[in-house]
Design a binder for this molecule. Sequence first.
Ligand code: AMP
Length: 307
Amino acid sequence: MSILAIGSVAFDNITTPAGRAENVLGGSATYFSLAASYFTKVRVVAVVGDDFGAEHDHVLKKRGVDTLGIERAAGKTFRWGGQYLENLNEAKTDFTELNVFEKFQPHIPAEYRDSQFLFLGNIHPALQAAVRLELSDVKLTGGDTMNFWIQGANQELRETLRLVNILLINDGEAKMLANERNLPRAANKVLAMGPQALVIKHGEYGATIFFREGAFGFGSHAFRAPALPIDEVKDPTGAGDSFAGGFMGYIASQEEVNREVIKRALFYGGVMGSFTVERFGTERLQSLTRGEIDARFQVFRELTHLE
Ligand code: AMP
């Protein structure tokens, strides 16, 4: 099974209580692909500028990620700057420079058209929708977005939400999107916009999935997984996308998509997010082993197990 991911490939400037990093490789598609690469084959559709070198491409290729769909355009790669000085769970954006994304028209290579899983990473919702509409064989579409697009491209985002099966956003974004401060009520409002399931990420407190009535088989309406307590949080950037990578990657590696698989996927998402925050940028995600991932999944299981 393979997942096609669209999203940003970026250079980030990050400030956290543990220090500062400049021009580090990041972006929603980058974190997602690296995390998902431990579970399944990943293909990326994105655009980069002339400042994106072979060494950056190599970071993805080394993990077996197919980068054929990353277009090179004249100009600068997407850039984002953010800080976590007041709150480690939510970035405060310093700047967003779309650069080559401003004129980007996604082109899906013929080799990618048989993709059965699709992840619409954080990027302009019109680009997300364009990619979904071009792929007819897709079995399950996951999606992400953020305040920048909820406020800046709300109408386009509403259209995109109708094309997404599972939306993954954080609690602040869910409340903003629904214009509702109570979490379950916000979740119901977002589910009414289209997705069959909504994963709400609570940063260091874990994640909750809300299912639309009857979606993915019957059962409980919501399920929550805690986050693994981590002693050393250096840089939360990319935790959300890595969560999505572990979540979607695990789902794509299973024969059937049902509620039990989705619940386990929530734990694998948490595991991948927990690795990412231990180092700046994508460093930790570049050299994991499946053994380390499964060992942490086991710790996670024990943390929550009740006889
Ligand atoms: P997260 O997983 O939410 O921490 O995502 C972090 C990544 O999102 C960073 O590497 C940024 O480059 C990227 N990013 C930030 N803002 C945007 C945006 N408006 N559109 C797309 N990607 C973004």
